[in-house]
Design a protein around this ligand. Structure first.
Ligand code: ARG
Length: 457
């Protein structure tokens, strides 16, 4: 394909280090689509004869069918997917195949193919997020009023509702979704026609190939177009952050399934056993989601470091852009699907959550708030009084809401009977009605708003 000026062939190791077919064969569909668009445009511009353009188009379709049937014959001497497709095309249609590469280089070809591939990864990530979002909304609706402990420092802080807790993850995913969509809009420019680095002397119609491939427009600078991999970084950044969010949720599932928490039970479908301990029910899928996020973050870092020292324009280092992208894409797809399945299927144990929520004197802030709103005590002083009430409860071996009115009044005489109904965990969450708060009716409102938002997408 390029041997004109060479006398000897490459060393075996040269061939081995250079070949990327085992990895970039995943771009075959995109390669054929981009080549068909290019050939059709060359035909329309009269750069290729009508007969050649037609033969190339039909040949490429036939090559695609063959590869789809698993009949790609990998040959390291043919380096990459672009050469494999062209080589097979030449076997099928003969000399006309040699005209396909007119006004094109593998540099704009690979940038175009890879963009098409990454654009599809973005679309699939959005679909995966949407499915997980639905699962979260459904479970949040079911548990809009289920009380659980809310934590800071992993210490019981104030009671919240499970629905509210699940909706927090929904918010993260909505931001992840918008990051993917931003990335898609930014990447959607066609490099095709930038050729090796400088553009070409042929009278191409770059707008036509851009349109045919679903791009918004051609890229503006040929040097940038063949060496830009921002779009991969954008995808990987969105993927890495999304996977970090999934990892946090996975961590909570793992923790909540553990015996000391017992906030949820993992159904058989999402559990694995132990080969030695017959009692075990392990959360492997959640642990792997947590583990995969490490790899996806690594993939992002790989790409950033790959690009860091590269002079313009193309260098072969850029061939190493594919393994991190494919790895992140595969892992994120699996992680999103596994999380959607787990969220839909886990068996929450709201009685257990409620009893833990009630155990940590978690309504001490409510007592302080009542002193402020109903007894006109400054908050700092109210905080101190409530702290003494917690100490009194602890000394009496009771929960704060089990103290009698007399016991509370012994702490501070400004406390009266109106406070008693305010100290249950249900009353506490019901009172948190500020916008974005955990009150069950706020949670129901948030779910309705989310569903309206989704319907308007
Ligand atoms: N396989 C190469 C890649 O993935 C295609 C571009 C090759 N270009 C070149 N000038 N050797 O980056």
């Amino acid at each position: 394909m390029w041997g004109g000026r060479f006398e000897g062939g490459p060393a075996a190791v040269m061939r081995e280090i250079n070949a990327s077919i085992s990895v970039d064969k995943r771009l075959w569909k995109e390669d054929i689509a981009a080549s068909r668009a290019h050939a059709a445009m060359l035909g329309r511009k009269g750069i290729l004869s009508e007969a050649d353009a037609k033969a190339i188009d039909e040949g490429l379709t036939a090559v695609g069918l063959e590869i789809d049937e698993g009949k790609l014959v990998e040959d390291p001497a043919l380096e990459d997917i672009h050469m494999h497709v062209e080589h097979r095309l030449s076997q099928m249609i003969g000399d006309a195949a040699g005209r396909l590469h007119t006004a094109r280089s593998r540099n704009d070809q690979v940038a175009t193919d890879f963009k098409l591939f990454v654009r599809n990864c973005v679309d699939e990530a959005v679909e995966g997020i949407d499915a997980l979002e639905q699962a979260l909304l459904n479970r949040a609706e079911e548990h809009a009023g289920s009380v659980m402990p809310g934590f800071t420092h992993l210490q019981s802080g104030q009671p919240v509702t499970l629905g509210h807790h699940l909706l927090a993850y929904r918010e993260m995913l909505v931001r992840d979704r918008s990051r993917f969509i931003d990335a898609r809009a930014r990447m959607n420019e066609s490099p095709l026609g930038s050729a090796a680095l400088a553009g070409t002397g042929f009278d191409l119609d770059r707008a036509e190939t851009a349109r045919a491939l679903g791009f918004d427009r051609p890229t503006a600078n040929s040097l940038d177009a063949v060496s830009d991999r921002d779009f991969v970084v954008d995808y990987l950044h969105a993927a890495a952050l999304c996977s970090v969010h999934l990892s946090r949720l996975a961590e909570e599932i793992i923790m909540w399934a553990s015996q000391p928490f017992s906030f949820l039970k993992l159904p058989d479908a999402w559990s694995t056993g132990s080969s030695i301990m017959p009692n075990k029910r392990n959360p492997d899928a959640a642990e792997l989601v947590r583990g995969h996020s490490a790899r996806i973050v690594g993939d992002l870092v790989s790409l950033l470091v790959l690009l860091k020292g590269l002079p313009l324009a193309y260098a072969k280092d850029l061939q190493d852009d594919k393994p991190p992208l494919f790895d992140a894409y595969d892992l994120l797809s699996l992680s999103l699907a596994a999380m959607a399945g787990m969220v839909a299927d886990v068996i929450f144990v709201p009685e257990r959550m409620r009893s833990v929520a009630a155990a940590g004197h978690a309504t001490a802030t409510d007592l302080a708030d009542w002193l402020v709103s109903d007894a006109d005590v400054p908050f700092r002083e109210a905080h101190h009084i409530s702290g003494r009430a917690v100490a009194a409860a602890e000394a009496a071996g009771k929960a704060l809401d089990e103290l009698s009115l007399e016991e509370l009044r012994a702490v501070d005489s400004r406390i009266d009977e109106r406070v008693l109904p305010r100290l249950s965990v249900e009353a506490s969450v019901a009172s948190r009605r500020s916008a974005g708060g955990t009150a069950p009716d706020r949670v129901k409102g948030a779910i309705a708003a989310a569903r309206a938002q989704i319907a308007a997408r």
